[in-house]
Design a protein around this ligand. Structure first.
Ligand code: GLC
Length: 407
């Protein structure tokens, strides 16, 4: 049995509900595909040329952190190393890293410092357990390295991340697909097919007792994993086909792209509107899940202005309605076609997500009073045939999400 996160760490994580996910790396240079190295079968030396050009001169940690803060996001999960194997921080365990690119700076150091200056956001790290660049991981490599050399690297990087950048919110793992991606004769299988998670998670929980561990590739969290993750979908709604349909009794997190991609991809469309983002946040919270919303900064290091603008509009809504999100737990009032709910003790927050009529009909809830969260005005309640009807005229509605507080 691996250790788990501290009770305080877990509570903090559940209370904050909203985080910024950032996928950033040299694939933002060709900007054609999230997985361009694999999708276009680009050999390592060719791909290394992108890394060697990486010079995001417009990167400003303060700017990114201020966008997250304005959005009301309380943690920032950054790709320390994605599948392409390029370390986005000044690791001592590889030369294939951002501080050896023309940029020469350590964005993680700068983000950690910017976050420390504010004090109301925590940093977290995405780490890929697979690595298309590391000679001990790659397909059919003749490096002579052993699987244990790869594990030493992977665990060593996690140790660096847990040691060098202050108090973390989470360690977030991806890429546990060797069964699908590696040939049967690969060292991974010869070594028993393991990333030695028990050891890895103990290391994290020892160095960062308040940081949660999430492994997005495990349907049911393993020992030492504190949160169950869902991707591009709400818990239990397996519309994309790659999510667990079972929701276990764990704290939950939904990660989602703001457009169609994790990384910056030229011409990516389908930017979610501020309204959609607010509603995903409310729906996630109503299911007891955090909402980790991804942006993919550009080659030059900027979060796209249209993304920053949407995030800030979500933040404006949260300024008024944050009480119905932060510190809440899954709602116990059954959702309807137009409502979901969140809860804090005996206080229920009904989120009205569509304005089809002046009233919403809920299954009866033993509520004594109802008021609008935005301005405190009382909301008229009627009871009929075991139902509770809330009357909220159009003029009092918020087009994103109108919150009614039932006490
Ligand atoms: C998907 C993407 C991967 C991304 C991950 C985040 O698996 O393929 O690139 O990092 O989602 O959950």
């Amino acid at each position: 049995m691996a250790k788990q996160v501290s009770a305080q760490g877990l509570q903090w994580f559940q209370d904050v509900r909203f985080g910024m996910f950032i996928h950033w790396g040299p694939s933002a240079i060709p900007a054609r595909h999230d997985w361009i190295m694999a999708a276009e079968s680009i050999p390592v030396p060719e791909y290394e040329k992108f890394a060697a050009q990486f010079n995001p001169t417009k990167f400003s940690a303060d700017e990114w952190v201020s966008i997250a803060a304005d959005a009301g996001q309380k943690y920032m999960v950054f790709t320390s190393r994605h599948h392409d194997g390029f370390s986005m921080y000044d690791t001592a365990l590889s030369d294939y890293k951002i501080t050896n690119s023309p940029f020469g700076r350590d964005p993680v150091r700068e983000l950690a410092d910017a976050i420390a200056r504010r004090g109301d956001i925590k940093l977290g790290f995405y780490s890929s357990v697979l690595d298309w660049h590391h000679p001990a991981y790659r397909f059919r490599d003749e490096s002579g390295l052993a699987w244990s050399d790869y594990l030493e690297f992977l665990h060593g990087q996690v140790r660096e991340l847990c040691t060098n950048y202050g108090e973390l919110a989470c360690l977030w793992f991806d890429g546990d697909w060797p069964r699908h991606q590696l040939p049967a004769e690969h060292a991974y299988f010869k070594a028993g097919g393991s990333f030695e998670y028990d050891k890895l998670y103990d290391l994290i929980h020892t160095l960062q007792p308040g940081a949660v561990v999430l492994n997005n590739r495990h349907d049911e969290p393993l020992s030492g994993e504190d949160v169950q993750g869902f991707e591009q979908d709400l818990p239990g709604m397996n519309t994309a086909g790659f999510n667990p349909s079972t929701v276990y009794t764990f704290p939950l997190e939904v990660c989602m792209t703001i457009n169609d991609h994790w990384f910056y991809v030229d011409g990516s469309r389908n930017h979610k509107s501020a309204r959609q983002l607010v509603q995903y946040l409310a729906r996630s919270a109503s299911a007891g899940a955090n909402y980790l919303l991804n942006v993919g900064p550009t080659t030059e290091g900027e979060i796209l202005p249209q993304h920053a603008e949407r995030l800030r509009r979500v933040g404006k809504w949260l300024k008024v309605n944050g009480e119905s999100i932060y510190g809440t737990r899954a709602g116990t009032i059954a959702p309807t076609a137009v409502t979901v709910s969140t809860r804090k003790g005996n206080t229920h927050y009904v989120h009205i997500l569509d304005n089809v009529s002046d009233y919403v009909v809920l299954n009866d809830v033993p509520a004594q009073s109802a008021r609008l969260l935005s301005n405190g005005l009382p909301v008229e309640m009627q009871r009929k045939e075991g139902k509770l009807i809330l009357i909220v005229p159009e003029s009092q509605r918020d087009s994103m999400d109108t919150v009614v507080v039932l006490s």
